[in-house]
Design a protein around this ligand. Structure first.
Ligand code: TMP
Length: 394
C-alpha cells in the first residue's frame, strides 16, 4: 500500500479482519444491513507513520447519530478544564485572542472559552446540538475548505487552533495542515492531543485501533509530517488520558529549548517506534493478548461464571469482533449513554443496558472496556464484589 501522506511504500503488517463501524450501535432491525470493512494496518518508515489501509467514509462515522459525548466522563471534563487553563496561561497574551477547536463535540473544552472569541467545528449533529444548548459557537461542519471560507475571506486568523482525539480521525492530513496554515496567525499555535503509539505498544492496547483512528501518531511522525509544510513540532507533553496520549505543540518557528523533545525522540528511537520491527513485535503481542483473554473468558464460563461488560466504548468493537466475543460469553454491556442503551454492539450484537440494569444484575466478572476510565469507574462501583477483567492490565 502507499502512505496516505507522502505516497511512499507502506508495509501492511497487521490485519484484524472484518470490522463494523466502531460507534455504530444499532437496532435489531438494522442487523442485516450492517456495514463492514477490512481493518488492516500499515507502517511507513519514512514518516514513522502507523496508519489504517482503508477506512469507512467519514460521513458513515460522524453523523446525526454519533453517540460519543465528551462530557460522559467527569475526568475528561476536568482534564479539558485544566488543558484550557494551560492554554490561557501560555497563549492568551493578545487582547483579541481567538481560538478554534476542530471536532469540538458537545463543547466540553470550549465551555472554558465562552468569554473569548471561539469557534467549534463539529460534523456530528447529535453532539453539536448539545454544544448549542451549552451556548458554544459551534458550527455543524467538517473542518475543510468550505467551513473555513468565511474566515479566510474576512482575514480572521486564530491565535490557537486545538484538536483533541480528532486529528487522527482526519484521512487527508495534507489538506488538514494546509487548512490550518490558512487560518493560523503567523505566531499562532496548533495544539492537539492524540492517543500515543508508544503507550499503545507498551499496554498492548490494540483496541485503540478502529475505524476513527486512521493514524496512531508518535512525536517522530508528527515532526516529520509537519516539516513537510514548514511547521515545527516545538514540544510534546505526555498525557494520561485515553490510556496514554501526547499533546503536540506546533508552530511556524522552531523553539530554542528542545530538551524535552529530544528526550522523547530518544525514547522513540530506543523503542524502535520508527522501525517496522516494533510493528512486527506489536502484531505478535496482539495475537498473544487475544489468546490470553479468550482463555480467561472460556475458563470462567467452564466454571459456570457469568460475565457482563462495562462501558460500550468504541474501542470495545475491535476487541469483541477480533476475538469473536458475543453473547455466548458476555450477557450485556452497561453504559451511561442514552443513545446506546437499548441498542446492540456493532458486529457482535451484545445488548447495551443502562446502569440500573448493571446494579440489579451484577455478574461474577465484569469486563472493563473503558479501562482508560478505570479510576473514575472503580471509585463509583464499590458495591461490585466480583472481579474486573480486561485485555490490558488493570
Ligand atoms: P470511549 O472509550 O469511546 O471514549 O467511550 C467511553 C464510553 O464509556 C462512553 O460510552 C461512556 C461510557 N462510560 C460509562 O458508561 N461509565 C463511565 O463511568 C465512564 C467514564 C464512561
Amino acid at each position: 500500500m502507499k502512505c496516505r501522506i507522502d505516497r511512499s511504500n507502506c508495509k501492511i503488517f497487521l490485519n484484524f479482519g472484518k470490522m463494523p463501524i466502531a460507534n455504530g450501535f444499532l437496532k435489531k432491525k438494522d442487523f442485516k444491513s450492517e456495514y463492514f470493512f477490512n481493518l488492516s494496518v500499515g507502517f511507513n518508515e519514512k514518516l514513522s507513520l502507523f496508519q489504517l489501509k482503508s477506512n469507512p467514509h467519514p460521513k458513515k462515522m460522524f453523523n446525526k447519530n454519533y453517540p460519543f459525548y465528551t462530557s460522559s466522563s467527569k475526568y475528561m471534563v476536568k482534564h479539558f478544564k485544566k488543558f484550557a487553563q494551560w492554554i490561557k496561561n501560555n497563549f492568551t497574551k493578545n487582547k483579541n485572542f481567538k481560538i478554534l477547536e476542530i471536532g469540538s463535540n458537545d463543547g466540553t473544552f470550549l465551555n472554558n472559552f465562552k468569554n473569548y472569541f471561539h469557534v467549534g467545528i463539529e460534523p456530528s449533529l447529535s453532539v453539536h446540538k448539545v454544544a448549542l444548548i451549552n451556548k458554544i459557537n459551534s458550527k455543524n461542519k467538517f473542518f475543510d475548505q468550505t467551513s473555513l471560507k468565511k474566515y479566510i475571506k474576512k482575514k480572521v486568523f486564530f491565535d490557537v487552533i486545538v484538536g483533541s482525539n480528532v486529528i487522527c480521525h482526519i484521512p487527508n492530513q495534507n489538506e488538514l495542515i494546509r487548512n490550518v496554515k490558512k487560518i493560523l496567525k503567523e505566531d499562532g499555535v496548533f495544539i492537539f492531543e492524540e492517543p500515543y503509539l508508544g503507550a499503545m505498544y507498551k499496554k498492548i492496547s490494540y483496541d485503540q485501533i478502529y475505524d476513527e483512528h486512521i493514524y496512531m501518531f508518535s512525536a517522530s511522525s508528527i515532526s516529520k509530517i509537519f516539516q513537510r509544510y514548514n511547521f515545527h513540532l516545538i514540544d510534546a507533553i505526555p498525557q494520561i488520558t485515553h490510556g496514554g496520549s501526547m499533546r503536540y505543540i506546533i508552530k511556524r518557528k522552531k523553539n530554542e529549548n528542545e530538551k524535552n523533545l529530544v528526550n522523547i525522540f530518544n525514547y522513540e528511537n530506543k523503542k524502535k517506534l520508527n522501525k517496522i520491527e516494533s510493528c512486527i513485535e506489536f502484531k505478535s503481542n496482539c495475537e498473544t493478548s487475544k489468546k490470553k483473554i479468550l482463555d480467561k473468558i472460556k475458563s470462567i464460563k467452564e466454571k459456570g461464571g457469568s460475565i457482563c461488560g462495562y462501558a460500550a466504548t468504541s474501542k470495545s468493537t475491535t476487541i469483541l469482533n477480533y476475538c469473536n466475543i458475543g453473547t455466548n460469553y458476555i450477557d450485556y454491556i452497561c453504559d451511561t449513554t442514552k443513545e446506546k442503551i437499548g441498542k446492540f454492539s456493532p458486529g457482535m450484537h451484545i445488548p447495551i443496558k443502562d446502569m440500573d440494569h448493571f446494579h440489579n444484575n451484577m455478574k461474577d466478572f465484569v469486563y472493563l472496556f473503558a479501562w482508560n476510565h478505570k479510576d473514575e469507574i472503580f471509585n463509583k462501583e464499590t458495591n461490585f464484589k466480583g472481579k474486573w477483567i480486561s485485555h490490558v492490565e488493570l
